[in-house]
Design a protein around this ligand. Structure first.
Ligand SMILES: *Cc1c(COP(=O)(O)O)cnc(C)c1O
Length: 394
């Protein structure tokens, strides 16, 4: 239990925090201030994908810590070059680095609009996103997020954003190619309830975009960094994003966001058009390079896929007899119940494991990608016990 009294806190109360103060983490476990350990299947919301304090990242960052902490983007930063090369892979050419997911998304629609402007298609400025999406909390990111509760009290929203129904077949009929710069989506909606985009729907949408000179922005802030069993989730679809945004897991907890694009689009971000003081900082870039290198080690992602399938079966068994839909890919897992799961999360925590909500009725489980089969199985056992306690109203 936490000793912190929120009435006396000097912090703005923007978070309804769990009654827990974490002071240490290693691998799949965290410890509270009284020394109690918890199996952490939140991974800091898909951030600590290599577990807590992973050795390879710790070593790399420790070395950088002795060399240089910060240097302006007015100078060359070798760690950025290395991190960019790894993240871009074969499908992208260039990266822009920032500090967070929302910033990566802000950069994405700035780039999309600038690209249309440079092509002399100045009318194409609209950005379309989808119901249940989550793209962040800044002005633009909030406007792109199609959730009423995120907007309430903050209107007027930034103009030029509109929403269409996620996974609705006839969705392209509602897109005006004359006005639209970009369509943006998560392939598995995270905050929106671990909902996957249907493959054929995404493929049709991508084809429509490509035919109509509309950029396809894929928000991989939660699905990236190996979470779904490939470095990025789009690799499991037959699409190639025009712009990809990443953050959360790419730096193992060091703040980093990235936007990737092919050369012809990236060219619109020429000198002086966009920037950031801290983005691409040597410490965070060293963490990104070490993290992505570990994820791309031979066999690592194959392992995530196999563990994901094993874990979903374990969850299915643990929840036998309950009305629940298990969804997700790799180790991005959701259990959709028919009622609020707040009490279930409390039971789990009291039993020593941490998991997240994704909306009122979806339990979101994001184990570290390095979690062992034994840890995955231990989670399922605790889930079974917690479900019993929840239903018996203990
Ligand atoms: C978390 C998240 C964001 C926002 O990232 P921040 O780093 O919190 O700004 C955007 N999109 C998706 C899909 C996310 O999960």
């Amino acid at each position: 239990m936490s000793k912190i009294n929120t009435e006396m806190s000097a912090l703005m109360q923007t978070y309804n925090r769990f009654p827990l103060t974490l002071t240490k983490g290693k691998g799949s476990y965290v410890w509270d201030e009284e020394g109690a350990s918890y199996l952490d299947f939140t991974s800091g919301i898909a951030v600590c994908n290599l577990g807590h304090v992973p050795e390879e990242v710790k070593h790399a960052v420790s070395e950088q810590l002795e060399q240089l902490w910060h240097c302006s983007n007015l100078f060359h930063i070798p760690a950025q070059e290395k991190a960019a090369r790894l993240l871009c892979g074969n499908d992208f050419d260039e990266a822009f680095f920032c500090n967070s997911g929302a910033e990566a998304n802000e950069a994405a629609w700035k780039l999309a609009r600038k690209y249309m402007y440079d092509q002399n298609k100045k009318e194409k400025t609209d950005i379309i996103s989808f119901t249940h999406s989550f793209h962040g909390r800044t002005g633009g990111a909030m406007a792109a997020t199609a959730q009423e509760k995120v907007h309430t009290g903050f209107t007027p929203l930034m103009p030029g954003f509109s929403y269409l129904p996620f996974n609705e077949e006839t969705v392209t009929e509602k897109i005006n190619p004359e006005k639209t710069a970009a369509v943006m989506l998560e392939l598995i909606q995270g905050e929106g309830g671990v909902r996957a985009a249907d493959k054929s729907w995404v493929n049709n949408l991508a084809e429509f975009c490509s035919k109509n000179d509309i950029l396809l922005i894929i928000d991989e802030i939660q699905t990236g960094a190996g979470r779904t069993g490939t470095l990025f989730a789009y690799e499991q679809y037959s699409i190639k994003p025009d712009i990809l945004t990443a953050a959360k897991g790419i730096g193992s907890g060091f703040p980093a966001g990235a936007m990737l694009a092919p050369k012809n689009i990236a060219a619109s971000f020429n000198h002086g058009t966009h920037g950031t003081t801290f983005g691409g900082n040597p410490l965070s870039m060293t963490a990104v390079y070490a993290t992505i290198s570990a994820i791309l080690e031979p066999g690592f992602l194959e392992d995530v896929k196999n563990k994901g399938m094993y874990f979903q079966k374990e969850l299915q068994n643990a929840a036998a007899g309950y009305e629940v839909e298990i969804r997700g890919s790799g180790l991005m897992t959701g259990m959709a119940f028919k009622e609020t799961i707040v009490p279930l999360i409390d039971h789990l925590r009291k039993n020593g494991v941490l998991a997240l909500p994704a909306g009122p009725d979806v339990l979101r489980i994001l184990p570290p990608l390095t979690a062992s089969y034994m840890e995955l199985s231990a989670f399922a056992d605790t889930l079974k016990q917690s479900l019993n306690e929840w239903k018996e109203g203990e």
